[in-house]
Design a protein around this ligand. Structure first.
Ligand SMILES: CC(C)=CCC/C(C)=C/CC/C(C)=C/CC/C(C)=C/COP(=O)(O)OP(=O)(O)O
Ligand SMILES: O=C(O)Cc1cc(O)ccc1O
Length: 400
């Protein structure tokens, strides 16, 4: 651990101390703060995560912007741009891998892995709905599926990356470990990454030549852009209803219908038939998309309030939104169980009923024990919702 020492006076007497105190808990994963009895504040940097002194200065600049603290008042032996890793490690072979692993770590966080897993699983799952017999699982099918998944993941990275580019200030409060908010990525790096991924997604969609795939990418691009960009008539995330509709349109409608049509009509060259499991998947994911759209903002009310984002949690309160989400999912599970009961196939009936009953009870027992005053608990519950989303896509191909 290397450390930066701040002048004690700058943290005690400066104006705006209350505002800065509110930010005291906001630290990127590589920083921690200790105060001693004499009012001296030490910010410790975990060198293994690879931040440079510039990252730390940028972060301190923001965090203590209400204090009279300048770059000059930070005492450190490291020079600007220099990594905080100790010099003795310079020739250590392990130090060769550190920048690589910290870049991979930053890109991993930038890609919002929970959304990536959700997109990949959902496309594989709906593609399987077009499979009629084992002989359909051919190289033709696997290539068509792979092309669709890769193109969608590129677009997913564009959408979530663009969102981070336009939310840098909000994320400094709500999600300070995201690489643009923490200063690990400069805005120029962010712009370069999202541009390359959008271009690769459209490039792949164009080369494949599947109309449903191309339209799926294009509509997701338009909605993902309109959701985040700060231009007149856009930044639809400001309105909770429009924001939820964007997510619903992509996750509930486009993913189910367009990716099914890509496999059914473009890969298999069969007529489009909207089967019972496909209608079930679209209806179920309508509930799930609304829940994701509402729930993702529950832990974020502090930053959203400051930046005028009128999320349902900001308007109605966290507890109301939390229980609405749990209620919506329980209703969806109830409908799924009823659908399972009406199935003519015994194995599908049993798996659908038992599977959904298990998921519904996991949700209910976790909801009853949550501490809604803890941001960490709400965030981990949000991840449980994503795991239930993944589990649903494992069940959907079994619905007959
Ligand atoms: C290409 C295909 C078919 C899928 C992409 C899969 C995605 C990303 C679907 C979501 C569609 C969409 C319009 C999303 C916009 C939502 C978004 C970027 C939400 C981020 O919400 P914020 O609350 O702003 O951000 P944080 O969660 O980072 O706080
Ligand atoms: O993908 C989605 O359905 C919505 C979404 C949720 C989230 O927590 C972060 C990014 C994002 O796009």
């Amino acid at each position: 651990m290397d450390s930066l020492r701040l002048r004690p006076s700058s943290l005690r007497s400066a104006p705006g101390a209350a505002a800065a105190r509110r930010r005291d808990h906001i630290l990127p994963s590589f920083c921690s703060i200790q105060r001693n009895g004499k009012g001296r504040v030490t910010l410790s940097i975990q060198a293994s995560k690879g931040p440079t002194i510039n990252h730390c200065k940028k972060f301190l600049d923001w965090k203590y912007s209400n204090h009279r603290i300048s770059h000059q008042s930070i005492n450190t032996s490291a020079k600007a741009g220099q990594s905080l890793q100790p010099e003795t490690e310079a020739h250590d072979p392990a130090s060769f891998w550190k920048p690589i692993s910290s870049s991979l770590d930053a890109f991993y966080r930038f890609s919002r892995p929970h959304t990536i897993i959700g997109t990949a699983l959902s496309i594989v799952s709906v593609s399987l709905l077009a499979v009629e017999s084992l002989s359909d699982i051919s190289p033709l099918f696997l290539t068509g599926l792979l092309e669709a998944v890769v193109a969608a993941l590129f677009m997913n990275i564009y959408i979530v990356g663009l969102n981070q580019l336009f939310d840098i200030e909000i994320d400094k409060i709500n999600k300070p470990t995201l690489p643009l908010a923490s200063g690990e990525y400069s805005p120029a790096t962010g712009v370069a990454i999202v541009s390359v991924f959008a271009a690769m997604s459209f490039g792949l969609g164009w080369v494949v030549g599947s109309p449903p795939l191309f339209w799926a990418l294009f509509i997701s691009f338009v909605l993902g852009t309109a959701y985040s960009v700060n231009l007149p008539y856009f930044r639809w995330k400001r309105s909770a209803v429009v924001a939820a509709l964007c997510i619903l349109a992509v996750r509930a409608v486009i993913v189910q219908l367009a990716f099914f049509l890509h496999i059914q009509t473009f890969v298999f060259r069969r007529p489009a038939v909207f089967s019972k499991p496909l209608i079930f998947a679209t209806a179920f994911m309508t509930f799930f998309s609304v829940v994701i759209a509402l729930f993702k903002d529950i832990p974020d009310i502090e930053g959203d309030r400051i930046f005028g984002i009128q999320s349902f949690s900001v308007r109605l309160g966290q507890s109301k939104v939390f229980w609405t989400c749990v209620g919506l999912l329980e209703v969806a599970y109830g409908v799924a169980i009823l659908m399972g009961v009406t199935s003519s196939s015994l194995w599908s009936k049993s798996l659908t009923v038992v599977g959904h009953a298990i998921l519904a009870s996991i949700l209910w027992s976790s909801a009853r024990s949550i501490d809604l005053t803890s941001k960490a608990a709400i965030t981990s519950f949000y991840m449980l919702i994503w795991r239930l989303f993944y589990a649903e896509y494992l069940l959907i191909p079994l619905v007959r």
